[in-house]
Design a protein around this ligand. Structure first.
Ligand SMILES: [Zn+2]
Length: 105
């Protein structure tokens, strides 16, 4: 996980980069969850865009950004779901979005 990158992207998406005590989980059902000190939300953790579930939020958001059409066109959506290479492609896409957002500022 690249925390600096994932944090920057999450905040660019207008979402909270959660602040919580990793040492103080609340056990519910069999999940360890946390309460974010900033948004007071009940959370499982922060975005890790190499994980498919979190990645989908990034992908859907990026597809809604008019100025990211060219960037999106460089990737094949199916590759993100590839069992062996999916993580690599998700990582590459997150890096590309990060570079793009940094340059856009
Ligand atoms: Zn939060």
């Amino acid at each position: 996980m690249k925390e600096g990158r994932d944090r920057f992207i999450t905040e660019s998406m207008g979402q909270c980069w959660h602040d919580y005590d990793i040492d103080k989980p609340i056990n519910t059902y069999s999940l360890e969850a946390y309460i974010c000190k900033k948004c007071k939300g009940f959370i499982l953790g922060n975005n890790d865009f190499t994980i498919e579930e979190d990645f989908q939020r990034l992908w859907q958001w990026a597809k809604g950004q008019k100025d990211m059409e060219d960037l999106i066109a460089r990737f094949n959506e199916a590759s993100f779901k590839d069992k062996e290479e999916g993580t690599t492609y998700r990582n590459k896409f997150a890096d590309a979005v990060y570079d793009y957002l940094k340059a856009r500022r």
